[in-house]
Design a protein around this ligand. Structure first.
Ligand SMILES: Nc1ncnc2c1ncn2[C@@H]1O[C@H](COP(=O)(O)OP(=O)(O)OP(=O)(O)O)[C@@H](O)[C@H]1O
Ligand SMILES: [Mg+2]
Length: 376
C-alpha cells in the first residue's frame, strides 16, 4: 500500500484530510460569488485547500471554471500579467473556441504567444510595454474572464507578493478592476498575516472590507489522532496511543510537519509502532535537515541566532522583551531584542500568532525549532 501521508502537493480527495467546514464555506462563497481572503501560517495547508476546492468543483460538476495562480515568484506588474495570462492560456487551450478568442484578446494587448522550450506548450511573452499598457493588459485579462459564459474562480496564491512590486498602485488598480466584474470571483491567499490583514482590513487600503476572511487552524488533536490510527489500521499496521500523542505534541499538529513525520513513521518496516520508533524518526528528520538549519547560522548575526535559540527553547513566547526572558537567554537590551526579532520576522524565520486568548512568537519551521532546542 502506498504511503497515505502526503506532505508535498495535492494528490486527490482521498489523501486530503478534514477541512470539511472550510471547504464547505469556500464552495458557498464561490457559488455566491463572494471574494475570499484565506490567511494562515505557512505550511498549514492553504494551497492544499485551494487545490482541494478546485478538485471539488470538478467532482461536483460545477459550472465554475477554476484558475489557480501562484504569484510568489513575480516581481512586478508585468510579471503578474504574464503569470495570470499563462494560467488562462493553460485553462483555455488554443484549439478551443474560448482559446481562440483569448489569443485574439492577447494580441490586442500586445503580449505575444511563444513556445515554452521546456513543455513545448504555448507561453505568453510580454513585449515591452509602458505603464499604461501594463495596466490595460491586467484589466483586459480580467475582462476576458468576465466575458466567459461560465463563471470563473481566480485563486491568487501568495497574494501579499504584490506588496513587493515597485508599482505602488497595483492594489488600488486591482480593486477598481475587480469591482467592475460580475462573473469572476477571487480567492486571495497568503501567509504574511500582517500584510494580508493590512491589505484587507485597513480602512485606508483599497480592499478594505471587500472580502470574507477564512483562516486555517491546526486540525484538532482528537480528529488528527483518529485519522492517524485509521490510516495505520487500513495499512494493516498498528500505532499505539502514546506514539500518536508524541507525534501530535512534537509537531504541534501543524499540518505539513505532522504529515511529514507520519509519512516517515508509516514507512518504517514494522507492523507496530511505539514511541521509540517515533523518537527515532524525529531524530532522523532533524539529522536530514541539519545542513539546511546550519545555513541560517551563517546568514544570521550571533545575536539573531541566539534570539532564535531562545525562542526555540521556550517554544512559544508571549512577552519577547520581558526582562526575565532577555536575562535568562543573555539577549541584551530591549532595543536590541526588538531589532533582532523584527529581522527574524522579516526573514520569515519567526512568526507572530494572535489567537482569541493570546499573542505569541514562535520559530516558524517546527523542525528547526526542535533542532535548536535540542542542540543548544
Ligand atoms: N488537509 C490536509 N490533508 C493532508 N495533507 C495536507 C492537508 N493540508 C496540507 N497537507 C499537506 O501539507 C503540505 C503543506 O501544505 P500547503 O502547501 O497546502 O501549505 P500552505 O499553507 O500553502 O504553505 P505555504 O504558506 O508554505 O505556501 C501539503 O503539500 C500537503 O501535502
Ligand atoms: Mg502555499
Amino acid at each position: 500500500m502506498t504511503n497515505p501521508f502526503i506532505f508535498n502537493g495535492y494528490e486527490g480527495a482521498e489523501l486530503f484530510f478534514d477541512r470539511e467546514n472550510e471547504l464547505d464555506t469556500l464552495m458557498k462563497c464561490v457559488s455566491s460569488k463572494i471574494n475570499v481572503t484565506l490567511i494562515a501560517q505557512r505550511r498549514m495547508g492553504k494551497t492544499g485547500l485551494i487545490l482541494r476546492l478546485i478538485d471539488e468543483l470538478k467532482i461536483s460538476r460545477s459550472k465554475v471554471t477554476p484558475i489557480y495562480v501562484d504569484i510568489f515568484a513575480t516581481r512586478d506588474l508585468a510579471e503578474l500579467n504574464k503569470c495570470i495570462a499563462n494560467a488562462i492560456v493553460k485553462t483555455f487551450p488554443e484549439g478551443t473556441s474560448v482559446g481562440k478568442k483569448l489569443f485574439g484578446v492577447l494580441r490586442g494587448l500586445r503580449p505575444m504567444i511563444g513556445i515554452d522550450p521546456l513543455s513545448g506548450g504555448p507561453q505568453v511573452q510580454l513585449s515591452y510595454q509602458n505603464q499604461t499598457e501594463k495596466e490595460h493588459t491586467l484589466e483586459g485579462l480580467l475582462q476576458f474572464l468576465d466575458q466567459q459564459s461560465n463563471p470563473v474562480l481566480l485563486a491568487i496564491d501568495e497574494f501579499q507578493q504584490i506588496r513587493e512590486y515597485p508599482e505602488t498602485n497595483v492594489e488600488a488598480m486591482l480593486r477598481t478592476y475587480i469591482q467592475r466584474l460580475h462573473n469572476v470571483c477571487f480567492i486571495f491567499c497568503g501567509s504574511k498575516k500582517h500584510m494580508m490583514t493590512d491589505i484587507f482590513s485597513n480602512p485606508q487600503r483599497p480592499f478594505f472590507s471587500s472580502t470574507q476572511f477564512i483562516g486555517l487552524d491546526a486540525i484538532t488533536e482528537e480528529k488528527y489522532a483518529q485519522h492517524i490510527r485509521r490510516m495505520f489500521m487500513e495499512g494493516e499496521k498498528h500505532i499505539d496511543d502514546e506514539a500518536v500523542k508524541y507525534v501530535l505534541d512534537w509537531t504541534k499538529r501543524h499540518t505539513y510537519y505532522t504529515q511529514r513525520l507520519c509519512h516517515d513513521i508509516y514507512d518504517v518496516k514494522t507492523k507496530t509502532v511505539d514511541v521509540d520508533i517515533v523518537r527515532n524518526c524525529c531524530d532522523n528528520l532533524l539529522r536530514l535537515n541539519e545542513p539546511y538549519f546550519l545555513q541560517y547560522k551563517q546568514l544570521l548575526t550571533d545575536g539573531q541566532w541566539n534570539y532564535m535559540i531562545a525562542l526555540a527553547k521556550e517554544e512559544e513566547v508571549t512577552q519577547p522583551y520581558a526582562n526575565a526572558f532577555l536575562k535568562k537567554h543573555n539577549i541584551g537590551a530591549t532595543a536590541v531584542a526588538r531589532r533582532q526579532l523584527q529581522t527574524l520576522i522579516d526573514k520569515d524565520l519567526v512568526f507572530e500568532e494572535t489567537t482569541k486568548e493570546r499573542s505569541y512568537y514562535r520559530v516558524a519551521d517546527l523542525f528547526m525549532l526542535r533542532w535548536l532546542a535540542r542542540e543548544y
